[in-house]
Every structure is written in C-alpha cells, then in structure tokens.
Design a protein around this ligand. Structure first.
Ligand SMILES: Cc1cc2nc3c(=O)[nH]c(=O)nc-3n(C[C@H](O)[C@H](O)[C@H](O)COP(=O)(O)OP(=O)(O)OC[C@H]3O[C@@H](n4cnc5c(N)ncnc54)[C@H](O)[C@@H]3O)c2cc1C
Length: 465
C-alpha cells in the first residue's frame, strides 16, 4: 500500500538566507520605509497556522519559520519587498491571516514572510453587475459587510470568515459556506481577474483577466503575489439559520440529499452525526445536543421557511431552533460547519484529526461501508456542495488518531469506495486538493517567479522540473 502521507519535507529546498543576505535585505527594506520584523516573538507569530490539526504535518512543520518578516500596506511597498528579495535571492512566503490548514503560509526554508493585512480596501463595486475589486489583505468579514451595504454578498466564504483574508482564501482555500449553491472557488465564474506583482529585480504590477488568473487560484502563493482580486458576488439574502434534528442517521442523510433537490433557496447544509453534535457549542436558545439526535444545519432564505416546515414531517425531522443570521447570540451556525466542526471537536478532544472527501453517488452505500468498518473511530460530518453542476455531499469526518498506518488504511478504503480525497495531511498544492501537477500553475511560476523564490517546496510541479 503506497502511503499518501508525507514523512519528510519536499525536496530540494533552498538553504536559508545567510546573515549577510539578511542584513542587505533589511537595509533595502528600511530604505523603502518598511520595518523588518526580526524578534523571535514576531517571527513565531508569523509562523502560526492550523497545521496542528494534522499529526502527520505537525512534526514536519513545527518550528519552521521565517528569518525576517515585513508588513506592507501599499502595492508600491509590495513591489519594494519583491525587488529586495529578488536582488538578494531570499525566498518570500506570503501570509494573509495564517488560518490555513496545511501550513500553506509556513516557510519551509526560512527567508522572508510578507503579510498584507495593510492592503485592505474594497476598491470598486459595480452596482449593476455586482462585480467587485478588493485588495489582497482585506478581512472577508469586512469585505462582506461592505458588500452587504451595497446589497451584495460574497458567494463563497470559509467558516473562518471573521479572521481570514481575501487573498489567503483564494490562494489557500477552496470552498465553504455558499458551496451548496456556488460550488468551489476554482470553478470558472467566481474569480474574474487579479492584480499581481511578480518576483523579479524590477517587479511588474500586472492585471490578469479571468483566464490568466486561473493558474494563481489555489497555488499557495507560489506563482505570484496577489495584491487585488476582481470577483463576482451574489445578491444579498437575509439568511435564516435553522437547526433540524433526526432520530436516525439514515433520515438525516436522506434529508441532506433531498433538500438541495427542491426549489428552496439554501446557502449551506451541514450534517452532524449525533456524537459530533454532542461535541459542539450551540447558539443561545438552541438545545444542547444529547448525543442521540443527528443534526442538519441550514442557511435558508426567509421564503423557504414555510415550505421547509411543511416538508419536515415527511422527512422525519423536527425544527429545533431558528434565528436570522447576524442576530442570534452565542456562536453563529456558520462557525459550526466546515472545519470549525473539527476545531470545536479538537477543543473537547485533541486526539481527533480529520479528512476531506467528496462522497461517491449514491452516498449511502459508501457511507454505510465506512461506518461499518471504522465504527467509533470515525465520526461523520457532511457538507452539501455543488460539484461540476451536481448536488453532492462532501465530508470532513473526525478521525481518532491511531497512527499513520491506520490513517493510510482509512484513506485507501475511502478511495476504493470511490471517494475523492482532498488530503489535509499533505504539504504541496498537488498532494492536497489538486491531485496532479497543473502545467499552467508551473508555467505561471516560470513567468512571474523565474528564480523560484516564492514559497519554496509547495509546488511539486516546480520541484520535479
Ligand atoms: C477552523 C478552520 C475552519 C476553516 N474553514 C474553511 C472553509 O470553510 N473553507 C476553506 O476553504 N478553508 C477553510 N479553512 C482554511 C483557511 O481558513 C481558509 O482557507 C482561509 O481563507 C485562509 O485565509 P488566510 O488569510 O488565513 O490565509 P493564510 O493561511 O495566511 O494563507 C493561505 C495561503 O495563501 C497564500 N497567500 C496569502 N496571501 C497571498 C497573496 N497576497 N498572494 C498570493 N498568495 C497569498 C499563503 O502563502 C498561503 O499559501 C479553515 C481553517 C480553519 C482553521
């Protein structure tokens, strides 16, 4: 059985910068009006990420950090940092908010980390089309608020919406709230263009159209520095948060298959097996989970509520709680789903890790086989998604850590059953979500980062050239 779990860092990696290189780099940064961050506290802060959810990645990435950090708040400053790195041949890793799950923003070979939280403006919002351009470091929650003031909404959001940045989501994320309607970030039609800075002695500031931007989307910042993104938005809807409960797992699963096939306007659907629901905090007013009922969380348009309530008896479920999004107290539903489920479960028991799979259709047979073989070692958390135009169920099961062999065996079993793996225990872009080398991503790196200085070690296609 070939292991799908890394046991060493990808190779070859460049050596870290020498003290002379670092001094020369720091002098250039200061000359550009930038403050190099060199203290161990600052560098440690710039090396945090959620890779700790993976006991496979933890020993490989723990302690990896930059030799110098810097924060930029204008595109000109980004160009100055890129020029200095290219001139002194120091590697550069980009950082948004550092909420990635696989160490995407952790430098494997030292060098410089560039944080863009100062680039945070919504530059334009077209009131007719809803197309907007926003800067790389804007927090998604701030962007959402500003779009909503114009009657628009982000189509897709990670459950880390409150802390994650726009460019970090594009370069490191994939899906989330809204995926039930809008699919995945890499689906054509979401990202309409990028402003990009190249890593060269004279960095270019380029405007890429949708086709050219595709290669930068989900490339971990390995092939260009995003300074702004142009994206499509959705009409704003005052989403209602609903918690449904089912006595039998099969009924909850059937509801998760049936509801997206109706004309109800839904933005998110999350299914939590009873023992998972029992590990989570619940919004104020929502009954705590007893460990018996399986829960389905929905974000639904207000006009969906009467029809949903009429459907529920036939589905065998009951409505436990409802409240408008943004107006409930305690935890909002969107911070109970996607990888927030894992976060809360690990808060109760750090012995949990997780997987990310797209289930084959029909889902019930594969899930039954997995549940039968893995029993209590794997607890089920599903998310409704639209994949290639079809309503499907993805899952982020909680997995009790029993060692690498057991995790490998689970992954192989799931793949044999037809599941598609998005491996959260991988370091490179290709071994995580993409599956294989994307020649366009590698070609973009040759164009925009010819010396290979951006986030070394994360793009396998470049290492294999
Ligand atoms: C509890 C939890 C829940 C999560 N839920 C979701 C979810 O629902 N959906 C999802 O997709 N992800 C999810 N994630 C992963 C992560 O939060 C998101 O992908 C998030 O959007 C990353 O944004 P960030 O600003 O933290 O990026 P970072 O982690 O800082 O960076 C991510 C990647 O983007 C690169 N990058 C950052 N800025 C730039 C730039 N300007 N130009 C080029 N590259 C850049 C970095 O180098 C890195 O490779 C979750 C993580 C956690 C811990």
């Amino acid at each position: 059985m070939t292991s799908l779990l890394p046991s060493a860092l990808p190779q070859p990696l460049p050596a870290g910068a020498s003290p002379e290189q670092l001094e020369a780099l720091a002098a250039d940064l200061r000359a550009a009006g930038l403050q190099p961050l060199r203290s161990s506290g600052e560098l440690e802060q710039l090396a945090a990420d959620a890779f700790v959810y993976s006991p496979v990645l933890q020993p490989l990435l723990q302690g990896r950090r930059a030799q110098v950090g810097v924060r930029a708040s204008s595109v000109e400053q980004v160009q100055a940092v890129a020029a200095a790195c290219a001139r002194h041949r120091v590697s550069l890793t980009l950082r948004g908010s550092g909420t990635g799950n696989y160490g995407q923003a952790i430098p494997l070979a030292g060098g410089l980390v560039l944080e863009l939280s100062g680039l945070r403006r919504l530059r334009t919002l077209d009131p007719t089309t809803g197309v907007f351009t926003a800067e790389a470091g804007i927090l998604l929650a701030d962007l959402e608020q500003q779009l909503q003031a114009g009657g628009r909404d982000l189509r897709l959001l990670p459950s880390t919406v409150r802390s994650a940045s726009l460019a970090g989501y594009l370069a490191g994320g994939s899906s989330g709230i809204g995926s039930l309607r809008w699919g995945f970030l890499r689906d054509p039609g979401h990202l309409l263009g990028l402003e990009l800075v190249t890593l060269e002695p004279q960095p270019r500031r380029l405007t890429l159209d949708a086709a050219a931007a595709e290669a930068i989307n989900h490339a971990y910042g390995c092939n260009g520095i995003i300074t702004a993104a142009t994206m499509a938005s959705a009409e704003a809807v005052p989403w209602q948060q609903l918690v449904l409960e089912f006595d039998a797992w099969e009924l909850a699963l059937a509801a998760a298959q049936r509801l997206p096939a109706t004309a109800l306007l839904l933005n998110a659907l999350c299914v939590l097996e009873a023992p998972v629901a029992a590990l989570l905090p619940w919004p104020q007013g929502c009954p705590a989970a007893s460990g018996q009922g399986h829960r389905v969380l929905l974000l639904a348009a207000p006009d969906a509520l009467p029809a949903l309530e009429a459907l529920l008896p036939a589905l065998g479920g009951r409505l436990l709680w409802q409240a408008p999004q943004g107006q409930s107290r305690g935890i909002p539903l969107r911070e109970l789903c996607w990888n927030h489920t894992t976060l809360h479960a690990r808060g109760q028991n750090p012995g949990f890790t997780y997987l990310q799979l797209l289930l084959p259709q029909p889902e019930a047979a594969a899930l039954a086989a997995l549940r039968q073989r893995w029993g209590d070692d794997v607890l089920w958390h599903l998310e409704g998604v639209r994949a290639q135009g079809q309503q499907r169920l993805a899952c982020l099961p909680l997995v009790r850590w029993r060692g690498r062999e057991a995790l490998d065996a689970l992954i192989h079993h799931a793949c044999e059953l037809g599941c598609l793996l998005f491996n959260p225990h991988a370091i490179t872009v290709e071994d995580g979500g993409l599956g294989g080398v994307d020649a366009e991503q590698v070609a973009a790196k040759a164009r925009y980062d010819p010396a290979g200085l951006l986030n070394p070690g994360k793009l396998r296609g470049w290492l294999e050239l």
